[in-house]
Write a protein that binds this ligand. Sequence first.
Ligand code: ADP
Ligand code: MG
Length: 226
Amino acid sequence: MSEPVIRMSGIKKSYKMGDTTLTVLKGISLTVNEGEFLAILGPSGSGKSTLMNMIGCMDSFDEGEYYLSGQPVHTMNDNKLTDIRNEYIGFIFQKYHLISKYTILRNVMMPLLIRGEDAAEAEVRARERLIQLGMGERMDHKPTELSGGQQQRAAIARALVGNPKLLLADEPTGALDSATGKEVLKLFGELNEKGHTIVMITHDLNVAKSAGRIVRIVDGELFEDA
Ligand code: ADP
Ligand code: MG
């Protein structure tokens, strides 16, 4: 059995506000194996975004251990966190976060260019991913010339282009109408069948149901769904 993609234990995170401390994550333990499609389901204010920031190596935590594909995130400084984030994680956001002045092709090349990879090679790989996701005809368009569903497909191509260990999606259907949202969830299912490991954060049970496994976050604590 290979190393889990995510192995977290006892993760705690508090925010200090004046002289009060708000404990947002109260000792989170979570293991996600390679090839899993997990939904983290919880209401507003339960700590989803905070947990996403921890899983995504975007913020530090106060206590606990986190191994990302065996790499000890809890021991890393900011530079190392940036490196591991770029190499191991593909992010998908509710509002796509595409750069509006760039073409779709250029947007999808960006993660590779940021890593310092050769531009010609980056272009070849970005084109392949866009074609794979049915966006071959649209790559020379700017993001605003595309529908929401097309923009999210482009964002998924961008997340995949560097062959990350983990796809981390935050409310990926939150800005889409329900039919388009279903298409995006179907695409996640297909990617998972091809072996991609996916963690999707959502407040919507119907969205969560498209994952193979659901955990609930309630007031900063995780509970496995039966
Ligand atoms: P969710 O994404 O599930 O809505 P969040 O993780 O955004 O929940 O927030 C959980 C709790 O932590 C909320 O009470 C929120 O106000 C608080 N919180 C989040 N980020 C900060 C911060 N940077 N400073 C202080 N409190 C925060
Ligand atoms: Mg949130």
